[in-house]
Design a protein around this ligand. Structure first.
Ligand code: BG6
Length: 493
């Protein structure tokens, strides 16, 4: 496998929230890997920004500690680390203090106005507004690019307000709304598979595909973000963004080209074709769950320190896409915390062969499936029926054709290729000015529109989430939901 490192032009990357968890765990390691691969010029600057009282030396120490904690195996090279630290600096800022912005402008603004400038907001959404206002008031927003992390709003109304505010200071063409799922290699490979091959397209519709399942199951709990999560729940935290984005890429029409707006136009059409769930449809097509304690682990409510919480830590939805391609194919979506395993996959299950010549066999003929696996390992499997080898007459078995194209994240494959983390790709796409893997404002709003009516329906019903056991497959209701059809959930394992 050959891979190509194309160096990017010099840039200034301002990371607001530069001392925070996401910066330490994901952003700085991702930038280190790109630097180590020779993609980032030594004249680039990465400037951590936060309220913490630190200087350059203190921040470099924080970065070094973070890299030592989060970079695996032997990937951290002492010499490269020194080089990387030399492009790191720190700017203390209290974003609500105009004087602090003056210091920021004096110390941190680029000397050359043509230099690519990126402001990455890895901060609580309550700080979006003061930061953007500060950039604007100090004239720092001209020509710069802005990266915003979810949550991008809490509902449609707040998402529209946020979009309005962002667009007041930045052009849509300079706003990068991150959904890190779009940066995952397998997700991009889904597009390659669909649109660089003629093999699948004729079958990529309701006539041949019986159902699509999108699962993002996590075995972990809220991971220290209890306060945020308890306000959001699985619907806002995962479904509104990651799962709906995966659904869009699975279901969209072939775009005219691989240009950002051509792809985003097609994704938007999918979101707008989603059958709205209202009234009784919500009870019939959605399930919420919340995990309960066992001998070793606390319940959701204990972990959230909110004994009366009715926030869902699990959600399953049977969604329908109202268009010619997908009418009649349900899309089952589910996500949850503290389930049996970490497993993220999209499965396309095909319809049975119209007639079977193999009658009277012990093994039932299982439908074909294409499974795009994102986690824990990135791979693509084709599940097909084959003959069991050897004598003994015609016996069939299910075989998996493994279309694995690389090792798991951050591991070396046989070809010496390390699967990059999603953030590596996305962070440098911003520098390259490529918005293909970022969400446009109208997509975010369309997703909220669909999600909002379900959340409102839940609130009106007065019902509470069903309970489920930690390390299980999820609440019983999710199985009842699918049992009404001829389909079955794939096992979380
Ligand atoms: C984040 C959610 O966006 O995605 C988290 O806020 C979740 O709750 C995480 O754990 C999952 O990301 P990944 O890449 O580990 O699947």
């Amino acid at each position: 496998m050959s891979h190509k490192i194309i160096p990017v032009p010099e840039f200034d990357y301002f990371v607001f929230g530069g001392t925070g968890d996401l910066a330490r765990r994901k952003l700085l390691p991702a930038l280190y890997y790109r630097f180590a691969d020779g993609q980032i010029p030594e004249s680039a600057r990465i400037i951590g920004c936060s309220r913490t009282d630190l200087d350059d030396i203190g921040y470099r120490q924080l970065v070094e500690d973070a890299l030592k904690e989060w970079i695996k195996g032997n990937d951290l090279d002492e010499q490269l680390l020194d080089g990387f630290l030399s492009i790191i600096s720190y700017q203390r800022i209290d974003v609500s203090d105009p004087n602090s912005w003056k210091d920021f402008e004096r110390n941190a603004s680029p000397t050359n106005p043509d230099r690519i400038t990126v402001y990455y907001l890895s901060v609580s959404p309550s700080l979006f507004l003061p930061i953007i206002q500060g950039l604007k008031d100090n004239g720092l927003h001209h020509h710069a690019r802005l990266v915003v992390e979810k949550p991008l709003g809490f509902d449609l109304k707040s998402a529209q307000e946020l979009n309005g505010f962002l667009l007041d200071a930045f052009d849509e063409s300079r706003i990068y709304r991150i959904d890190h799922y779009l940066g995952k290699e397998t997700v991009q490979n889904l597009m390659a598979l669909r649109f660089a091959n003629s093999l699948f397209e004729p079958m990529w519709n309701a006539r041949y595909i019986a159902n699509v399942q999108i699962t993002v199951a996590e075995s972990i709990g809220m991971g220290g973000r209890e306060e945020y999560y308890d306000r959001s729940g699985a619907m806002r935290d995962m479904m509104q963004n990651h799962l709906l984005q995966l659904l869009c890429l699975s279901a969209m029409e072939p775009p005219v080209s691989y240009k950002p707006d051509h792809i985003r136009d097609e994704k938007l059409k999918v979101l707008r074709s989603l059958q709205p769930l209202v009234g009784d449809d919500i009870r019939l097509n959605t399930v919420r769950g919340q995990y309960v304690e066992n001998d070793n682990d606390p319940s959701y409510r204990q972990e959230a320190k909110n004994p009366g919480s009715n926030t869902e830590s699990y959600v399953a939805i049977k969604a329908s896409i109202n268009n010619w391609r997908w009418s009649g194919t349900p899309f089952y979506l589910r996500t949850g915390k503290r389930l049996r395993a970490n497993m993220a996959e999209i499965s396309f299950e095909f319809r049975h062969a119209p007639h079977s010549i193999f009658t009277g066999l012990d093994t039932p003929i299982k439908p074909n499936a294409m499974v795009i696996r994102l986690q824990p390992d990135e791979r693509i499997d084709l599940e097909v029926m084959t003959k069991e080898p050897g004598p003994g007459g015609m016996r069939l078995r299910q075989s998996i054709l493994d279309a694995t194209f690389g090792g798991g994240s951050n591991s070396q494959t046989d070809q010496g290729f390390r699967m990059p983390d999603a953030y590596e790709r996305l962070l440098l796409d911003v520098v390259r000015g490529d918005q293909t893997l970022f969400m446009r404002g109208d997509e975010v709003e369309a997703a909220w529109c669909w999600v909002d009516s379900i959340i409102e329906g839940w609130a009106l019903s007065g019902e509470v989430p069903e309970t489920y056991e930690i390390a299980s497959q999820g609440p019983a209701g999710a199985f009842e939901l699918i049992a009404k059809t001829e389909h079955r959930w794939r096992t979380i394992q």
